[in-house]
Ligand binder design. Structure first.
Ligand code: SF4
Length: 460
């Protein structure tokens, strides 16, 4: 019998479900989209796809796995044209089918379109059921397909596509950042709450849309601005058209993008992720009184917050845990044949740093607690005198409805256990989370979603 080690490790983190991007007006647009997807790999590792307009049709290629495993020179050579979009997908176990990998390419009454979506529709199931009752046929289980069907029904007379998009989007509830292409236009849409990021950049003769600025950096695109919540942007031969066809709402940016999801070298929601993440670590130190010899991060997720913690507390930081980056996505641990290696396959403690020390261990979050427990055990086995677990976010107590893969509520350890019970389960000497008010002293609390901590869902 064997177990997929990756699943054991990844299910103990929250996961963003997707990355989106698009390139307009540049030769070999698909190759630039490929690079953007590569830069956005952290937002989805289960599958990727690229669609491009080759002068006659929108063609596409997609597959399961990492971007550089799916796309080879031959695939990219075939995806010709100056307009292309792409998508990285993360999916929950059991949903990892090729049919769910985007972009979705469809021929509708408005012409051929391709669509990439990041987020989750709160009313996706309801809309899908209504459409199926009217005779619609769905080819995937992704709720993004709903939008294509709605658009096919909603075209107007004067500006068929624009009106179709506006009318269709008007029926959606939830989180959606969408990049869409026709044969001659690149379109970006962000829901009125702006849960997921979307940025606009320029290239010499063209434009780029991407989930995060790291994608722009890689292809030397110049950052212009973020697409605003509720904005519909159409990039075509006449330049950029920006409209706000929906009723404005107070934004509800996902604060977890800062805590964990987004790359620290990205600029989103008006700030550098690195700066905000480090500030969370500082705030965690300011609220803490524990004495310790060293601060160590859980790599890679706790590194930036640990830097902030160390700086604010004056306690030196050491890389006491080293991560093996080469484990890959599908490491199969031969449990029966040898023995259970657990967390040590991915993380290993350095004895000379850990032994006989009182240690503050910083990580970004605790979901089920299974990995944190193994880390504490590993540190104790390595000779740590004391292990103080510090988490740079408040306890995750509620599932996310807006495009983040969370286990159901029963499996979230903080939903069913007190902090003291969690501490005991982890085997840590002390445990502290960043207080909600301290998290929100780093960002404008009114503009951020806090539902996974408080259950205050901005949209149901
Ligand atoms: S519930 Fe949490 S993870 Fe989901 S959008 Fe809100 S802050 Fe982000």
């Amino acid at each position: 019998m064997s177990r997929n080690f990756l699943n054991d490790q990844t299910i103990d983190k929250l996961h963003d479900k997707c990355a989106v991007c698009g390139v307009y007006g540049v030769e070999e647009a698909a190759k630039l989209v490929y690079l953007c997807l590569f830069a956005l790999q952290h937002r989805g590792q289960e599958g990727s796809g690229i669609a491009s307009y080759d002068g006659k049709n929108i063609i596409f290629d997609k597959g399961q796995g990492l971007v550089n495993e799916i796309f080879k020179t031959e695939n990219l050579e075939r995806l010709k044209g100056t307009l292309a979009i792409g998508h990285n997908r993360y999916s929950t176990i059991g949903e990892s089918h090729l049919k769910n990998v985007q972009p979705i390419v469809a021929d509708i009454n408005l012409g051929q379109i391709a669509l990439s979506h990041n987020g989750n529709l709160v009313n996706g199931y309801e809309l899908k059921r209504e459409l199926v009752e009217k005779g619609a046929i769905f080819t995937s289980t992704a709720d993004s397909e709903v939008l294509i069907h709605l658009m096919a029904h909603e075209g107007g007379k004067r500006h068929p596509l624009k009106e179709a998009i506006i009318n269709a989007i008007g029926q959606l509830r939830g989180a959606f950042t969408i990049v869409l292409m026709t044969k001659d236009e690149l379109i970006g849409i962000r829901d009125v709450y702006g849960f997921r990021p979307l940025v606009l950049g320029s290239l010499k003769n063209g434009f780029v849309l991407a989930s995060e600025t790291v994608a722009l950096d890689l292809i030397d695109a110049k950052f212009i601005r973020e697409i605003s919540p509720g904005e519909l942007i159409i990039i075509g031969k006449n330049g950029i058209e920006s409209i706000f066809p929906f009723e404005r709402e107070e934004p509800k940016f996902c604060v977890f993008e800062y805590i964990y999801f987004a790359r620290p070298d990205s600029f989103i929601f008006n700030n550098f992720v690195y700066d905000v993440r480090k500030l969370f670590g500082k705030k965690l130190a300011y609220q803490d009184e524990v004495e310790a010899d060293i601060v160590i991060p859980v790599p890679d997720s706790g590194i930036i917050a640990a830097l902030g913690y160390a700086e604010a507390s004056g306690i030196p930081m050491e890389m006491g845990i080293i991560r093996n980056h080469y484990i890959g996505r599908t490491f199969i641990e031969p449990t029966n044949a040898i023995r259970h290696f657990g967390v040590k396959l991915k993380l290993n403690a350095i004895k000379s740093i850990i032994k006989d020390k009182s240690i503050i261990v910083v990580d970004d979050s605790i979901v089920r607690g299974t990995t944190s427990r193994k880390i504490v055990k590993m540190l104790k086995n390595t000779g740590a005198k004391k292990v103080h677990m510090r988490i740079s976010s408040p306890p995750v107590m509620f599932p996310c409805l807006y495009g983040i893969d969370t286990p159901n509520r029963k499996e979230l350890i903080a939903a069913t256990h007190s902090i003291e019970e969690i501490r005991k389960y982890l085997g840590a000497d002390t445990l502290e989370y960043l207080k909600l008010e301290n998290l929100f002293s780093c960002v404008n609390s009114k503009q951020f979603c806090e539902a996974c901590f408080t259950g205050k869902y901005p949209i149901l």
